[in-house]
Design a protein around this ligand. Structure first.
Ligand code: KIV
Length: 265
């Protein structure tokens, strides 16, 4: 099976084919999402919330990101694997951003990296590209700026804020990103940005006009209790797990499981 690359992702946009991305943090889930034909798997720093149980993404470390990217990369045959640069690994200097991106690719087996922010990241993005690593941008509700925003809040709601996002998106494109995540912004703003850029936009809570969509896999499978307005649940995984585990607990307690068919003679 042919592995997808940045060229395939750009080609899909040019042909008007929608791009799918989901988050993945472990080998088994990555192999399932890959088998289902998902175009890109993002080893997002949302792992800090849905895997590690933190209230936000800020505590995720580069080592966390590397370890989980390795696991995801091992499970993938065709999807492109994007590693996420965690909070504190790219803000201090462009040099640090380049060094940490190289680690995500060299040790984590990422095929591209994602970082949050706008024009203030231009030097870092150019440096990472110079190292031969494709970069995915991320604008709108960038969760690493949780404290600055005063919580997880929809961005770009005023005319000025929308204009600012459009300018920032253009700057990121000029810096060389191969695609741009737009998170929690009005669909009209996402549409305008998508029309203005020649690289694909990947929306999450940004409406239907983006070139592709991403969701946190645990949210769309109903594995995680939190549900934002933009999340469509395709499965009640938590409900199904609860039912299965309650049945297992009952069968063990009533000495139904294991019977001899599950036992060695
Ligand atoms: O970390 C993450 O999972 C993300 C997605 C929500 C886009 O940034």
């Amino acid at each position: 099976m042919k592995k997808k690359t940045v060229l395939d992702i750009l080609d899909m946009m040019k042909k008007g084919e929608k791009i799918t991305m989901l988050t993945a943090y472990d080998f088994v889930m990555a192999s399932i999402l890959d088998e289902a034909g998902t175009d890109m798997l993002l080893v997002g720093d949302t792992m800090g919330m849905v895997v590690l149980g933190n209230p936000n993404t800020l505590a995720v470390t580069l080592e966390d990101s590397i370890r989980h990217t390795q696991a995801v990369a091992r499970g993938v045959k065709q999807a492109m694997v994007i590693g996420d640069l965690p909070f504190g690994t790219f803000q201090v200097s462009a040099e640090e951003a380049v060094r940490n991106s190289i680690k995500l690719v060299q040790i984590g087996n990422a095929e591209a990296i994602k970082l949050e922010g706008g024009s203030e990241r231009s030097a870092a993005i150019k440096g990472i590209l110079d190292a031969g690593i494709p970069v995915m941008g991320h604008l709108g509700l960038t969760p690493q700026s949780f404290h600055k925003f005063g919580g997880f809040k929809v961005q770009g709601k005023t005319k000025e804020a929308a204009q600012f996002l459009l300018e920032e998106a253009k700057q990121l494109e000029e810096s060389g990103i191969f695609s741009l995540v737009l998170e929690a912004i009005p669909w009209q703003v996402a549409k305008e940005i998508t029309e203005a850029l020649s690289v694909p936009t990947i929306g999450i809570g940004a409406g239907p006009h983006c070139d592709g969509q991403v969701l946190v896999t645990y949210d769309m499978l109903g594995y995680f209790d939190f549900k934002a307005k933009f999340v469509k649940r395709y499965l009640d995984l938590k409900g199904q797990i609860l039912k299965a585990v309650q049945e297992y607990n009952r069968e063990v307690r009533e000495n139904i499981f294991p019977d001899l068919s599950y036992s060695y003679d």
